[in-house]
Design a binder for this molecule. Structure first.
Ligand code: FAD
Ligand code: PHB
Length: 389
């Protein structure tokens, strides 16, 4: 098979890139090792910046989002038994959308099918080849038979455990990493959310987050140890622990019910530099991971592929390699700022096992400062709604 851009990975980064390229008249094939059902079964992010929303609309995949997403103009920050509202709209003129990653993926897959573009799911042993030369390719196996996609470029959109980053030659890249000493235990239940807007809570027992997918579906998270097992958490234990970590007025109005998904995600920050090697370009989680605290992972995938599609567009329109050369610096320039913001929010809101009383006071003081200073609040709001691109 032959195409212009072979995309490895059918998550939000790969799917959105595929649609942006298609719109620019650039041929592409996506290959993913997982099945379509598996990809659609993953419960992940829920907050979209308007940059992401604009791109979904631009590629014709924004119809359901426009009808179903909830527009949030603010978020709540809770500490020491009280809470204050960060007014995103007042500080930035922008809002965020509540619309699940699962739905984004669904809508992009539908748009891809409508456009008649090729996606290979359940591909085994996917490997990128010869991207340091002029004729790269991607091979994979189906039913024990090896297939090859010849291409001009490879886009590595295969997430944090993908094969593309691992294929880069040793010594060609630098890795920056921070592993946090805790994870998030998440629960999804068809109960009305505790609050109209998200609540991020700093508590002595650990962080908690009240989020949602709709007015009838809640997504809650509590900080947990990295050695804990989901099986050891009954729904009742989860609800009890969540309520303990929320301010009393919020705790009282939690509606409980049976969960239909529970999972633990470890938290880490990770960046690889550069995100281009020859004709291989990394985008999304393949190049950088952020802890979910700032709700940035999915949104960074969208800005990466915006820059990448623009660069491929220029190349195919007038042969210019300028955009391709600038890609790594542009994408990482924005990504690093989200890495910083997610790290800052993680430090502000979590209970670190080795934190001295001094550090707890610093967290409380920073939260008090945010609640009182318009300028501090504006800086947080500007990052939360997403820096421009
Ligand atoms: P992915 O969505 O990971 O997509 C990568 C795709 O590549 C997958 O379909 C995978 O099957 C495929 N793939 C992997 N390896 C190979 C291979 N070898 N060959 C072929 N295909 C391959 N972000 C938030 O903002 N909020 C959250 O609450 C949140 N929760 C998360 C929970 C978990 C468990 C994880 C893992 C991430 C979470 N994130 C969250 C981050 C967010 O989901 C990611 O940033 C986002 O999915 C990145 O999109 P992506 O397309 O780059 O990667
Ligand atoms: C979610 O709804 O899953 C969610 C919301 C905000 C975050 C992280 C996750 O910061």
């Amino acid at each position: 098979m032959r195409t212009q851009v072979a995309i490895v990975g059918s998550g939000p980064a790969g799917l959105l890139l595929g649609q942006l390229l298609h719109k620019a008249g650039i041929d592409n094939v996506i290959v993913d090792r997982a099945s379509k059902a598996h990809i659609l079964g993953r419960v992940r992010a829920g907050v979209l910046e308007d940059g992401m929303a604009r791109q979904l609309t631009a590629v014709g995949a924004g119809g359901r989002m426009a009808a179903e997403a909830l527009v949030h103009d603010g978020v709540w920050l809770a500490f020491m038994g009280r809470r204050f509202r960060l007014d995103l709209k007042a500080h930035t003129g922008k809002s965020v959308l509540i619309y699940g990653q699962t739905e984004v993926t669904h809508d992009l897959m539908d748009a891809r099918e409508r456009a008649g573009l090729m996606t290979i799911y359940s591909a085994e042993n996917v490997r990128p080849h010869d991207f340091d030369g002029e004729s790269p390719s991607v091979t994979y196996d189906t039913d024990g038979i090896e297939k090859r996609i010849d291409c001009a470029f490879i886009a590595g959109c295969d997430g944090q455990h993908g094969v593309c980053r691992k294929s880069l030659p040793e010594g060609a890249t630098t890795v920056f990493e921070r592993v946090y000493p805790f994870g998030w235990l998440g629960l999804l239940a068809d109960v009305p959310p505790v609050s109209e807007e998200l609540v991020y809570a700093n508590h002595d027992r650990g962080f908690a987050l009240c989020s949602m997918r709709s007015r009838a579906r809640s997504r809650y998270y509590i900080q947990c140890r990295t050695d804990e097992r989901v099986e050891d958490w009954s729904d009742d234990a989860f609800w009890d622990e969540l309520r303990r970590r929320l301010p009393p007025d919020a705790a009282e109005s939690v509606t409980t019910g049976p969960s239909f998904e529970k999972s633990i995600a470890p938290l880490r920050s990770f960046v690889i530099e550069p995100v281009r090697f020859g004709r291989l370009f990394l985008a999304g989680d393949a190049g950088h991971i952020v802890p979910p605290t700032g709700a940035k992972g999915l949104n960074l995938a969208a800005s990466d592929v915006h820059y990448l599609a623009e660069a491929f567009g220029e190349y195919y329109a007038d042969g210019s390699e300028e955009g391709l050369r600038a890609y790594s610096e542009k994408a990482l320039g924005r990504a690093w700022k989200a890495v910083r913001f997610s790290w800052w929010m993680t430090n502000l809101l979590h209970r670190f096992p080795d934190a001295a009383p001094f550090e707890r006071r610093m967290q409380e003081t920073e939260l008090a400062y945010l609640s009182q200073s318009e300028r501090a609040a504006a800086a947080m709001a500007e990052n939360y709604v997403g820096l421009p691109y």
